[in-house]
Design a protein around this ligand. Structure first.
Ligand code: ZN
Length: 184
């Protein structure tokens, strides 16, 4: 998956981007950590490792409305099912990016620490205490499970500027228009 070039398997797990309605809907809880759930996790890691710089991914980002988040900060791959933030504290500014809004980074203020409850990769309930970047990851990915995007966390002015910047990035990423043949 890491080096796939537009194979069918890759395309099936391609990351949905801003404008795709699946990113605006709520994900459903996972009832059992069974084979199906594990296959979903594998697909999510496939999609995550197919990106240049992705740290984490929520299932809706590959079009699956399930409450699953995977992350890998370079130590080891981790998974949480049905996560919820039960406590948060402090304030922290961080330049946040999103695989579904490629290229855009915006400074957003959010709580600095969170306490998250959920179910781990083996199906056991657990608690995660997270600070700074990891806490930010949980907050960002849990937003995805609720159909909330970075744009929804910005001030009105930030949102206006960010949308304009994203449009510029999208336009720049498109292939140059084919030159018209000049006939005389
Ligand atoms: Zn995101």
């Amino acid at each position: 998956m890491r080096h796939c070039v537009a194979s069918l398997a890759c395309m099936a797990d391609s990351i949905r981007t801003f404008g795709d309605p699946v990113l605006k809907t709520k994900a459903q809880p996972v009832a059992d950590v069974d084979g199906k759930a594990r296959r979903l996790v594998d697909k999510m890691f496939g999609a995550l490792y197919g990106t240049d710089n992705g740290l984490a991914l929520a299932a809706p980002q590959i079009g699956v409305q399930k409450q699953v988040v995977v992350w890998d900060f370079g130590e080891d791959p981790k998974t949480i099912f049905n996560p919820e933030i039960v406590e948060s504290d402090g304030e922290w500014v961080y330049e946040e990016g999103c695989l579904s809004i490629p290229g855009l980074y915006v400074e957003i203020v959010r709580p600095k620490t969170v306490l998250v409850r959920g179910v781990d990769a083996d199906g056991n309930p657990g608690e995660w205490e997270a600070d700074e970047i990891e806490a930010r990851m949980f907050q960002h990915e849990l937003d995805h499970l609720n159909g909330v995007l970075m744009f929804d966390r910005m001030t009105a002015e930030q949102r206006r500027e960010a949308l304009a910047e994203y449009e510029r990035l999208q336009a720049a990423a498109e292939p140059a228009p084919r030159r018209r043949l000049r006939l005389r």
